[in-house]
Design a protein around this ligand. Structure first.
Ligand code: IVH
Length: 677
């Protein structure tokens, strides 16, 4: 029997069993398995479907666990990005959050007002009202572009189609979370893995009549675009929209310090299970909208909000084996294969052991009974080991010193901590098949080329079939071969072709992020893009004759340090990387990086700051300069246009250097004047 037939038979056997259990449970009212065994079976089926897309054509499981969502929606750009939230897992993290806010705003006002709201575990959507009429409804999508799901959203009875109030602004965007109540879910639970999936699937039905059959509800939680601006605080906004008949959550509270935060977190955690909707934590937001605006965002999340998660769900299980995984930077991560166990509604069979040092520290062995935990979307992890249950014959785990590709792994020496890194790495880069595959997954991911339909599983499948071995292969796919694969119909192939074509036009910053240089995340990629400006300038890095000189200039950039420069150098020193990048560039149309706010007060100017400011932190000053079209440098050079000198402890040497080079000096009081002008 070939592999495909084996998988198919295993799958159909499981589906048949699940159907049998369903009949026993729903029709005969006599369950034949425990809830957790049922969950495990259901998850195994879902896992098989995820891994082997050809199984979809058997269709039978769709009747049991819901129809796959359609991807036939028109894409629309968001008026303002829909970001995600950073997480806090304990009170210390919350204190750090408050401290960072105070530092950024440079206030000593310790008691900044925060609003606490439950974090609803559903699907986010945004509603746009023009002159009070609901005109657009979008899904989150990748955060920058959403899908037009207006007709589906309109089927949710409690969403107002028009706002009857004379206070309504010309344009207002209301952000909300769509969910299915726990009780309602019970009626449909045989068709979906959990309420969140059910809500997501229903919202993305092609036929709104199908959506209308689902018991969808929502809570409005946020303000997107608004013209004219007319609210002072988040609590005032929520209060007002509740008069406009939007559903807002009743469990909100304004808090002022860490004790009140802790109290609210404990209080809601206690009543969490009695609520009719799933929540996975509380969102704390700076209440004042003007302060929110000042705080702004990092690449992915606002500085003014955080999700304080409830404690992770835990479970006890046994380690069957320890394997290793190789990441795109070569990091070797040990993974415990455990007896499948239900952790807060999700069946877990793999849990991370982080790194070699962590295994040593916890003294973990194969066969050990361990506690694992799963918090939110993070990968489940092994938290502790119960040594009293250990088999006497078990042996200490010897961490493999070779990568899966067979080459030696090393622990690097960190200059900053003056210690050996806890993580072992394979240093073969693209020459290691395992790293190369992970690099490809990074390349196609949402934040990079963002190719719909070319997810991680498909990359693996195409890799195994030798269809993609390096980035440029994505643009030369042999569709005749793909056509013959199970699960690839004309429609899905056309969608893939379209998505790949779309990805070929890419901005310079995304391109730099996509190629996956270690230590160059989204933020650093933007800094580099603004330095190079065009792909033509960036490619000069590929030539070793220019590289050294360019790298010395990078030191000037605020945010780029030795670690990043070293890493860029390492990356381009490897011939295989330059070859791969050159091939990729040929396939793309890389657009020049333009600073969004070209009309700003510091448009195309280079600034540097020294000394502290009275009304704002250095970070805020920097972000203001950038939002006004300026570039912030980290050292004095001829290129600099302005040195902005704060009143508190400026560096005299810098001022002298600037004077020598005839660089214009802006004193704090003038800086404030410019900002207010
Ligand atoms: S505020 C910039 N408030 O959580 C993001 N989000 O991880 C501001 N969510 O996409 C989000 N309840 O789908 C906010 N009360 C609440 C929320 C909430 C649920 C979801 C939302 C968002 C995700 C962020």
């Amino acid at each position: 029997m070939d592999e495909t037939t084996k998988i198919k038979e295993e799958y159909l056997k499981k589906v048949k069993l699940l159907k049998k259990h369903n009949i026993s449970y729903y029709v005969k009212d006599k369950p034949t398995v425990s809830d957790s065994d049922y969950d495990i079976l259901k998850q195994e089926i879902l896992n098989l479907e995820k891994r082997f897309s050809f199984l979809k054509k058997f269709g039978s499981v769709n009747q049991i666990i819901g129809a796959p969502p359609s991807n036939k929606f028109t894409k629309i750009d968001h008026l303002q990005p829909m970001l995600s939230l950073s997480n806090a897992f304990n009170a210390d993290d919350m204190e750090v959050f408050i401290k960072k806010i105070n530092n950024f705003l440079n206030t000593n006002k310790k008691n900044i007002e925060l609003i606490s709201e439950p974090k609803i575990d559903g699907i986010s959507a945004t509603l746009i009202y023009e002159k009070g009429i609901l005109t657009k409804g979008l899904s989150r999508g990748d955060g920058y572009t959403g899908e037009d799901i207006l007709e589906n959203l309109k089927t949710i009875k409690e969403i107002p189609l028009r706002i009857d109030s004379n206070k309504v602004p010309n344009l207002i965007e209301i952000r909300c979370e769509v969910y299915i109540g726990k009780k309602d879910f019970l009626k449909i639970k045989d068709r979906f893995a959990n309420p969140r999936n059910a809500a997501g699937g229903s919202l993305r039905q092609k036929d709104p009549k199908e959506t209308a059959k689902m018991p969808l509800k929502y809570f409005a939680y946020g303000l997107g675009a608004i013209k004219p601006f007319n609210f002072e605080t988040q609590s005032e906004f929520l209060e007002e929209i509740s008069h406009w008949k939007f559903k807002t959550n009743p469990l909100i509270k304004v808090v002022r310090d860490i004790n009140e935060i802790k109290k609210q977190h404990e209080k809601i955690n206690l009543i969490r299970s009695s609520l009719d909707y799933d929540i996975d934590g509380l969102v704390f937001k700076v209440n004042n909208l003007n302060l929110q605006r000042r705080l702004g965002n990092t690449s992915n999340s606002p500085r003014w909000a955080i999700a304080y998660k409830f404690s992770a769900e835990k479970a006890i299980t046994k380690i069957k084996d320890i394997t290793i995984q190789v990441g795109r930077t070569g990091a070797i991560t040990p993974v415990a294969k455990v007896d499948p166990v239900n952790v807060g509604g999700v069946v877990v069979s793999n849990a991370t052991l982080h790194n070699e040092d962590e295994i040593d520290r916890k003294g973990i062995r194969i066969g050990d009974t361990v506690q694992i935990q799963r918090a939110g979307d993070v990968i489940p992890q092994v938290v502790s080991v119960d040594k009293s249950k250990r088999d006497k014959n078990s042996k200490t785990f010897k961490f493999p010193d070779k990568c899966l590709c067979g080459s030696k792994t090393i622990k690097e020496f960190s200059k900053s901590t003056k210690k050996l890194d806890a993580v072992r790495r394979c240093s073969k880069g693209y020459n290691c098949n395992f790293i190369a595959r992970e690099k490809l997954k990074h390349l196609v991911s949402k934040e990079a080329l963002n190719i719909d339909g070319l997810g991680k599983k498909v990359v693996e499948q195409f890799w195994d079939l030798n269809l993609i071995k390096e980035p440029s292969d994505i643009f030369k796919l042999d569709y005749n071969k793909i056509k013959k694969l199970e699960g690839w119909g004309e429609l899905s192939i056309n969608n893939l072709k379209l998505a790949i074509k779309k990805s070929q036009i890419i901005s310079l910053d995304k391109f730099i992020y996509s190629i996956g240089i270690r230590h160059i995340g989204q933020e650093n990629a933007k800094i580099l893009a603004s330095f190079f400006g065009s792909i033509k300038e960036f490619t000069k890095l590929l030539d070793y004759k220019n590289r050294e000189k360019i790298l010395t200039h990078l030191v000037d950039l605020d945010g780029i340090g030795d670690t990043q420069i070293q890493s860029i150098n390492n990356f381009f020193t490897k011939e295989i990387n330059t070859r791969i990048i050159k091939n990729l560039i040929k396939e793309l149309k890389i657009q020049n990086y333009s600073i969004q706010n070209t009309g700003g007060k510091f448009s195309n100017k280079k600034l540097m700051f020294t000394g502290g400011f009275q009304n704002m932190s250095r970070s805020e000053a920097k972000s203001i300069a950038e939002n006004n079209g300026g570039k912030v440098l980290g050292s004095i050079s001829k290129k600099l246009d302005f040195l902005v000198v704060g009143g508190s402890k400026p560096t005299k040497k810098k001022i002298d250097q600037a004077k020598q080079l005839n660089i214009k000096i802006i004193l704090e009081k003038d800086w404030n004047k410019i900002l207010n002008s």
